[in-house]
Design a protein around this ligand. Structure first.
Ligand code: ZN
Length: 252
């Protein structure tokens, strides 16, 4: 199965955007760091995107996970096993990545979303992409508190709320913030375009997600690479303010 994507390059960072989820590749000479890896069925799409920017999977030195939801972890789990690559995530997210617990809507909760615009088509698509897969990433480890020494020099920005251990990654050399699902710019079940919180119900703790917008606002970057929706240019403070406004407008 092939999923179409759009690749946007900013500095040494590549945002690979599909209709339902995104991942990021960071280039440092011959080496790459991969951030998230799409749904389980996106494995061949991730491999294709690596080739398209002139690399091979063997160039991937490490994989970073923003959070352990199946749309970010699924493809990464399979690729990490196939290519024997280190996987790092936030200290609090490790147990989630190991599937010691699951902070994600399950088959019983998903129907609660069906009142949303576009939700039935979205649900059919994510089933096809492996959205109910429960596989974890057993090799995931907590990134060291001293920081990461990886291609592209990503800097973790803890942004809990969407999941307890969610982490965004700042790429200072490229002026990019990879925000995962702490801040997105579009979603199949959202009518809003531009910086926003992920639709209510997808986040484990909405209030903490709103609090984490302040962590994002303080990042010095000019481009947002979100987990869902297209890249966005502007200050992170402006992105956070826009998201806060949509959060206030949203129904309780
Ligand atoms: Zn997501």
């Amino acid at each position: 199965m092939t999923t179409p994507y759009t690749i946007t390059r900013v500095g040494d960072a590549y945002h690979v955007s599909t209709e339902h989820v995104n991942w990021v590749l960071v280039e440092d000479g011959h080496d790459l760091t991969m951030i998230d890896g799409g749904y389980p069925a996106n494995v061949t799409d991730v491999e294709r995107s690596v080739r398209e920017i002139g690399h091979q999977m063997g160039d991937v030195r490490a994989m970073l996970l923003t959070h352990a939801h199946v749309d970010h972890l699924g493809g990464l789990a399979r690729l990490a096993a196939t290519y024997d690559v280190d996987v790092w995530t936030g200290p609090v997210e490790v147990a989630h990545a190991h599937r010691e617990y699951l902070q994600q809507l399950g088959p019983l909760q998903l129907p609660l979303l069906l009142w949303r615009h576009g939700a039935i088509a979205w649900l059919a698509d994510i089933m096809r992409l492996g959205g109910t897969d429960r596989e974890g990433v057993p090799q995931a480890r907590a990134y060291p508190t001293a920081g990461l020494d990886l291609p592209g020099a990503p800097v973790p920005v803890p942004t809990p709320g969407h999941t307890d251990g969610h982490t965004a990654y700042h790429l200072p050399a490229s002026g990019v913030l990879v925000s995962g699902d702490a801040l997105i710019t579009g979603h199949a079940v959202s009518r809003v375009n531009g910086p926003q919180l992920i639709p209510r119900g997808f986040s484990h703790d909405r209030r903490v997600t709103v609090d984490s917008l302040e962590e994002i606002a303080e990042v010095d970057a000019g481009t947002l690479f979100p987990g869902h929706g297209p890249p966005w240019s502007g200050s992170m403070r402006e992105a956070a303010e826009l998201a806060r406004a949509t959060a206030n407008l949203a129904r309780p």
